[in-house]
Design a protein around this ligand. Sequence first.
Ligand code: SF4
Length: 109
Amino acid sequence: MNPKTREDTAKFAEMVANKQGWVVNPDTNFTTMLLDGLTTNWNRYGYYLCPCRDSDGSREADAAIICPCKYSFGDIERYGHCYCALYLSKTFAQSGKSPEAIPDRRYEE
Ligand code: SF4
């Protein structure tokens, strides 16, 4: 499997955002850090493990936290951004607000 580059991951993130009606965080420095994290995770694990969370050891165990994670849909609706703040709702992006820390709902269930 060819390693992914940051550019590949940026295309992926744009594709996800377009499909879901979200926006990729326009804070370029911050987003680059997350894209690098996702790229490293793809090249390490073979899937886009969330760059803000740790692997539980297998693709099956990590299924809920492969980007876009299971929690992103509800978090973006509720808070205007996902846990990492890679994706923002259009409304949140237009508000000019900065994303704040939100709870990780991964272990809540
Ligand atoms: S919180 Fe979810 S949607 Fe946001 S970067 Fe992590 S895996 Fe992707």
